[in-house]
Every structure is written in structure tokens, then in C-alpha cells.
Design a protein around this ligand. Sequence first.
Ligand code: OGA
Ligand code: NI
Length: 380
Amino acid sequence: MAPSTLTALAEEKTLQASFVRDEDERPKVAYNHFSNEIPVISIAGIDDGGEKRGEICDQIVKACEEWGVFQIVDHGVDAKLVSEMTTLAKEFFALPPEEKLRFDMSGGKKGGFIVSSHLQGEAVQDWREIVTFFSYPTRTRDYSRWPDKPEAWRAVTEEYSQKLMELACKLLGVLSEAMGLETEALTKACVDMDQKVVVNFYPKCPQPDLTLGLKRHTDPGTITLLLQDTVGGLQATRDNGKTWITVQPVEGAFVVNLGDHGHYLSNGRFKNADHQAVVNSNSSRLSIATFQNPAPDATVYPLKIREGEKSVMDEPITFAEMYRRKMSKDIEIAMKKKLAKEQLLQDLETPKLETEPKEQLLKDLETPKLETKPIEEILA
Ligand code: OGA
Ligand code: NI
């Protein structure tokens, strides 16, 4: 059974089975074994134009081509607002389970509180609690799904949303220019840009080596701005999961990563960051992800196909369709994995197995044979 909150489970000595991942998915690198491969870029002076803007653009573009991830500092979002946001978020997650569950969205509600994620057919759960709200376009806001405790939550989150929308548009301007397009090109491609904020809370975990806070994925949208505390746990890979690095937390910075939409619009020139979050047994961790997405009916197709290149997409599709294909692929993989596991367990219990190579079967159980496509192809 899926737990309704992680409060009680975090106190146990062992991890509940529903969170235990197959060996091939488990963390390979420690949550606090930090790497400085992801560049930290100061964007002070980005609006001044001229040489300074050019230099900043070059750094951002290089990071987008190599990783699809970079960190920004001197971004102009007020430090007080950021600290209020994190303090209030921590207060929300510290509320008793019944308070958090007043905003339970497990029935498919749009926004609120939930454990793990709301994907259907997931074989294994993520070790996280989230509270999420849809902040743009503003006319779609449903405040009945925004927590009313702590008291300042709504006012602070509204301001935070607005500041992050502005910052995201600034970054999209830089990326548009880098593609040789007018500054507004990427924001225009989003039509009426959507923004969704997901506050992730990863409680201390009794057996962090067996699970993930958030399983490996790419974000579907254009660009994501992640605020993380100093604990560490965000990991990225650029070789399809062979090697991972843990992103060094930088106080006051935003981790910026490109999603699938950004990847397609650039015809694959900019990477869609392949990432996950790991947990630990020493401290809980908080991160706030702000997803900037195109409108559901916005067209997804490369804005610029450079000479000699082929389009990475066969045909233009809507963002809603792109998302639907991504989700059904993810669910299909999760279901196959679940079925393969159940089948093997069943086989192991039948007597005929006495004559079969049991060892091999047990090995298969750890790594079910699924055709795993490289992440770039998942949506193709
Ligand atoms: C996400 C995400 C990473 C983190 O919410 O999509 O990738 O470190 N979060 O919480
Ligand atoms: Ni993500």
C-alpha cells in the first residue's frame, strides 16, 4: 500500500519494500560527493548588453551544449524572498500528516500534496513528499489547491513565482540569441507560458543506498529553475546513466536545466538534462523546482535547423501530445519492469525451477531485460 506521508516511515530502521529499487537504478555516487563540473555562472550585467552579455551568453551556451545544466548566481532574485520561501516550505512539511493531507492530490487533483509522484503504474516509489501548484497563466490558478498554512504561503509563493517567471524569460532570451533568433523567439514558442512549482521534501531515509528521492528523468518543459539547500542530492549524467555526478550546492544559486521542449526547439543542440535526486540518512533535504512549460497546444518543432543538420523530430506535434507520448513510454517501461519482476518471482516458486539455472533467474530479477533506449530517443 502506498503510504500517505513519509513521517512515520522515516523513523523506521529499514526501508519499506515499495521504495526499494532494482540494483541498476540505485545510487552510484554519494549525495555529498560533490563535483564542480557544472559551471556556476554570474549573470550580473546580463541586461547591460554589449560585451558582458556576450560573455555570459557564451558560458550559458557551452553548458547547455555539454550538460543541459548550469548554476546561476547574481540573478537578482531577492535573497530575503528566497529564504522566506524555503522557511515556509519547511514549515509546511513539518505540519502533522492530517494537515498536509487536507491538500491530498492522490485522486488526480490539480495541485496539492502527495508522496512520491502521481504517475500511474509506477513499480517503485520515490522517497519524497511534494507540494505543487500551478502558477501561470494566472487565470488558471486554483487557490483552493494552494496550502493555507503557513499563513504567509500564498503571498510569498505568488511573489516567488513572478520573480522566477521573469528570470526564466531572461534566460530564454539568451538562448534564443544563441540560436541566432530574435530575443523573444523561445518565449513566443511557448505561446502562453505555463509555470508549475514543485516543492520537494526528501526526509532522512533509513536505507538511502536502496532508493532514490526522485528517479532518473528529463524534465518535459522548456527550462527548469531549481533552488536547493546545502545538503546535496541532485545528480546528473551525460553518458546515459553510466556515470553520475552530484551537483555542488551553491548557496543562493539556481540550478538551471533544460527540458525536452528546449532540447527539441534547439534541434538537439542543447541537451535535456538527464538527472535524479538521491537521499541520505543524515538530514532531510528541500528543493524547489520551477518548471517553465509551453502552453499545452503550443507546437513543438525545432526553431532552427542548422546547415547540414536533420530535424530531430519527424513532424510538429503539440506539447500536450509530446507529454502524452513521454508519459506513456515511461509508464510502459515501469509496467514491463513490474511484470517481469512478478513473473520471475512466480517462476522461482514453481518446482520445475529446481532443474533450471536459478542463479541466472535471480540475476535477471535485478536487471530485467528491457530495451532501454537512450534518453534522446525516448520521445522520438
Ligand atoms: C525535479 C527535480 C531535483 C532535486 O523536481 O524535477 O529534478 O534535486 N528535482 O530535487
Ligand atoms: Ni527534474
